[in-house]
Structure formats: C-alpha cells, structure tokens
Design a protein around this ligand. Structure first.
Ligand SMILES: Cc1cc2nc3c(=O)[nH]c(=O)nc-3n(C[C@H](O)[C@H](O)[C@H](O)COP(=O)(O)OP(=O)(O)OC[C@H]3O[C@@H](n4cnc5c(N)ncnc54)[C@H](O)[C@@H]3O)c2cc1C
Length: 474
C-alpha cells in the first residue's frame, strides 16, 4: 500500500472545519498580556548585541549574562520576542542536533558518537534549566511515536529502532495492535516509540520564560527594533535600526529564516513555510475515541509527514505535510495563511482520525523554517570575526537552539570546547544555488520526495542528491 494521503481530495466539510479558525498561532494566546519592550530610540553601547529574540537569541543572552554578569547585553528583536518560529512550532522537544541520527551519521560519520553524546547532554541540561530558571513550559516527558501509514515504512521503523538503540536511546517497536492500543487510527500499521530524548512543551511558554529569565539576569531587550544594517566600526560593530544604533564589541546573529543581514549567508538558508492547525479542546468522549493516554508527540513516516500532539487542554495540534518554498524566499505575515495547505491538512486530519468528524479547528497559522542543505544548525563568523551566526535548524530547533546559542557564544568568546572542535560546528552546509535555479531545484526535489512517498523508493534525483550530501527537508 502506498501513502494514504493522496487517495482523495479535500471536501467542503474539510474546509468548513477551519473556516472560522483564527489566522494566528495558538501558543502565544496561552500567555498573559504584557507590554512590549520599548523600541530602541537612541545610541546605545554594549559588550554583546544579540539580533533576534527567539530561542537561540534568548538562550544566548541568558548564558552570556550568567557567564559574565558585568557584561552589557542587548537583544534587538524585530517584532516581539518569540514571535518567529519559536512560538509557532509543534513543541516537539527532541534531543537530536542533526535532524535525526541517520542524517547525522551520513553527514558526520566520524563524529556522530560525540555529537549524539553532546545532543543528549544538551537535552538533559535544557530540561534541568527549565527547573533552575523556574520556567513552566508545560514540559511532558512523553517520548515520541513515529508511525508507519504505508507498508514500505515499516522496515524503516525497524532500522530506526536498531540505530537508536545502538546509540544508547530507548526505543520500542510496536506492532499494529500494540500501536492501536496506544492511539487509535485506521491508518496505523506499526510504530516506534522513542522513549528517551523526546518530550513536548508549550513553545510560547518556553520562549517567554527565557525572555523573563534573561530580563531578570539583567539583559536589556528592545522589541519592534529590526536591525536594518550591521557594519564594522573600529574594533566592534554598529547595528542600525529605524530609530537608533547599538555600538557593540561583538554580535550574535540569531535571525533564523529571516534575512541574515550578512549577504554571503543568504545562499545557505532557504525559508520554507510550514503550516499547522489547532482543534478546539476535545471532549472526554472524543479523547476516549482516540486513546492517546500517554500523550506522546506523534509523527508519521514519509518525506511529507505530519506531526501532531495534544496541548495541556487536550486540543490536537496537527501540522506539517506541505513544506512550501516560494520564489525568492519571502518571509512575512501575509504568508502565514495558506488556504490550500490548510484544506489538505484538514483532510488528512480526518483521514487519520475519522472518529473525530465534526471537530472544529480554532487556530490556523504558518511559520518560516530556516532550511539548510544538511538539515542542522551551522555556524560562521562575519564582519572580521566580530559577529557569529547560528542558523539552519531546519524544523528541529526547539532543543537544538540551546546548543546553537551555547556554541555560538563559545565561538564568539573564543572558548574552545569539545563542540567547537567538531567539523559539525566548523563546516558550513553546501549552499543552495541562486534563483531562479534555487526554486527549480527545490520544486523538483519536493516533487521527487512526494513520488518516493508513493512508491516507497528513492529515485535517481534523490539518490544523486544523497551522494553529494544535499537535500531538502522541513
Ligand atoms: C510551523 C513550525 C513548526 C515547527 N515545529 C517544530 C517542532 O515541533 N520541534 C522542533 O524542534 N522545531 C520545530 N520548528 C523549528 C523551531 O521552531 C525553530 O528551529 C526554532 O524556533 C528556531 O529558533 P530561533 O530563535 O533560531 O528562530 P526564531 O524563533 O525564528 O527567532 C528569530 C527571531 O529573529 C528576529 N529577527 C530576524 N531578523 C531580525 C533583524 N534584522 N533584527 C531584529 N530581529 C530580527 C525575528 O523576528 C525572530 O523573532 C518548527 C518551526 C515552524 C515554523
């Protein structure tokens, strides 16, 4: 049996289910109201400037202040802290730094053992730090379920379980009956329950908790203060916003899928849009009809995959499948809504959970992912070594952004660590070609990935990309 997702098309009922949904991310609505931090409206001197107030920027600000409390640290955020990918994501907190072991093993065969060890340490410290800073991010150590919805995906789960165990993770294979006993869907054929290194969080609460912790530590934050230009000046850098200037010794750039400010970096990152729907809270009976007592985050197998999980108040977040790259890589609020993608998502939701017919979606939104060709965070220096950037998480940055922040800071401070010695940190990804080739290559690759999901085998184009260490993912 090939992938079940394309056997039928969205119906008017699928469209009606999200017609009244608010076109905005659900997670920020779980936060209390707060005043924005004032925009930068003067010339400000500091030791360290951080551009971008998402997970990467906020972890970096917090750790930098902790490392040297006398250091003046300023965060400049274009909109509101956390308003980028950090509050729009699925909240899957996975330990992997390399978008899964398999990807890491192929790209860094000599270092994967070390990377895996550092990845697990990063996950453990992140969880411990939530306690330490008093951040209630609704962390639930549920593990993660990967589910097969096509016969050809079952052996892949078996292989994935073997590899996870080889690297010390706890992984349990579930046959059809065992999986159905966990979560009920007519599509499920088999599952892999990753019992270690995986949890779910409320990402907006994580981002906001980091913002508050950074503030308490003495970090200065300016919101609605987009950096328009970053220039070298003497021994430092100047960051120019619409109404002010920050003069800093050093800068950490944590701009994710947005313009990286350093032109040479643009070729490494392609902003890819990922979309999600959130249901209303399920009733007791609806929840009973799905099972899901142990609340694992779930991802279905395949190149085009859905990710879904329960929220604290028992809504289902259902996202993924389409990964949309648009010509030129635009990023902006006008792209947060995509009718055709929501219709497909809604249709696939009811295909997966037909017992939930009649459930309404209350929120629909999209967000830009900083895709790079190796699917994992990369680092680099710019402006004569005065600035370091940490980008490219490619859809798995909730956990990895802590590592990105920490390592970016180490590079900036000149601290040699086990991580900073790795090729994984020192090497940059293969760049994407410029437009119009970039769009053409990405569309062709998406097309071939969809075909591979239907047939169960990677065709010539994908195998060629694999050989050159290139790829496209979300
Ligand atoms: C829909 C979606 C679902 C996802 N699901 C998951 C998931 O379940 N698990 C997972 O691990 N990962 C997931 N991700 C990825 C994850 O959210 C990101 O990897 C992570 O949030 C990256 O954090 P960041 O701080 O680097 O980027 P962001 O949170 O995007 O922060 C970058 C910030 O920089 C600011 N900025 C940009 N340019 C400037 C400038 N010039 N001046 C000032 N500020 C600027 C932006 O406004 C933004 O706030 C998902 C992403 C999306 C979009």
């Amino acid at each position: 049996m090939s992938s079940p997702w394309l056997t039928s098309s969205p119906t008017s009922a699928d469209r009606a289910a999200f017609a009244d949904a608010q076109p905005t991310a659900y997670w920020p609505q779980t936060l209390g109201a707060r005043e924005p931090h004032p925009p930068l409206e003067r010339v400000l001197d500091c030791d360290l400037l951080i551009v971008g107030g998402g997970f990467t920027g906020l972890w970096a600000a917090l750790y930098a202040k902790e490392r040297a409390p006398d250091r003046e640290i300023v965060v400049l955020e274009a909109t509101r802290c956390g308003a980028g990918a950090s509050s729009r994501n699925g909240g899957f907190l996975n330990y992997s730094l390399t978008h899964g072991i398999e990807n890491g093993r192929v790209r860094f065969p000599d270092e994967i053992g070390t990377i895996e060890r550092l990845a697990m340490a990063n996950f453990d410290v992140l969880c411990a730090d939530l306690e330490r800073y008093g951040i209630d991010a609704e962390l639930e150590a549920t593990g993660e379920l990967d589910v097969a919805v096509a016969a050809h995906q079952v052996p892949d789960l078996e292989e994935a379980a073997r590899v996870l165990e080889e690297f010390g993770q706890r992984a349990e294979l579930l046959d059809r009956d065992a999986l159905q006993a966990e979560v009920h869907s007519p599509l499920y054929l088999a599952g892999l329950w990753k019992r270690s290194g995986a949890a779910i969080v409320n990402p907006a609460k994580l981002a906001d908790g980091l913002r508050e912790a950074a503030l308490r530590a003495g970090v200065r934050i300016h919101e609605h203060s987009a950096v328009r230009r970053l220039v070298k000046s003497g021994q430092g850098v100047h960051a120019i916003t619409d109404a002010g200037v920050v003069r800093a010794d050093r800068a950490l750039l944590a701009t994710s899928a947005y313009d990286p400010l350093i032109p040479a970096v643009r070729r490494y990152v392609a902003p890819v849009y990922d979309y999600a729907l959130m249901t209303e809270p399920l009733s007791e009976e609806q929840l009973e009809s799905v099972g899901w007592k142990r609340r694992q985050g779930i991802g279905d197998s395949g190149n085009q995959f859905h990710y879904y999980r329960l929220s604290a108040d028992n809504r289902i977040l259902w996202g993924g499948y389409d990964a949309v790259y648009r010509y030129g890589g635009p990023v902006g609020p006008e792209l947060d809504d995509d009718e055709a993608t929501f219709a497909r998502l809604s249709h696939n939701f009811f295909t997966n959970f037909p017992q939930l017919e009649g459930v309404r979606f209350t929120h629909r939104w999209g967000g830009a992912i900083d895709t790079c060709s190796r699917f994992s965070v990369f680092f680099g220096r710019a402006i004569g070594g005065r600035a370091v950037y940490a980008l490219g998480y490619t859809g798995l940055g909730v956990g990895a952004s802590r590592f990105g922040a920490r390592t970016g800071l180490d590079l900036l401070d000149g601290h040699a660590t086990e991580a900073t010695q790795l090729q994984f940190v020192r090497r940059r990804p293969v760049p994407f070609p410029p437009e119009p080739l970039r769009s053409a290559v990405i569309q062709l690759t998406r097309n071939r990935l969809a075909a591979a999901d239907r047939s169960g085998s990677r065709g010539l184009w994908l195998r060629t990309l694999d050989r050159f260490g290139l790829g496209f993912d979300s």
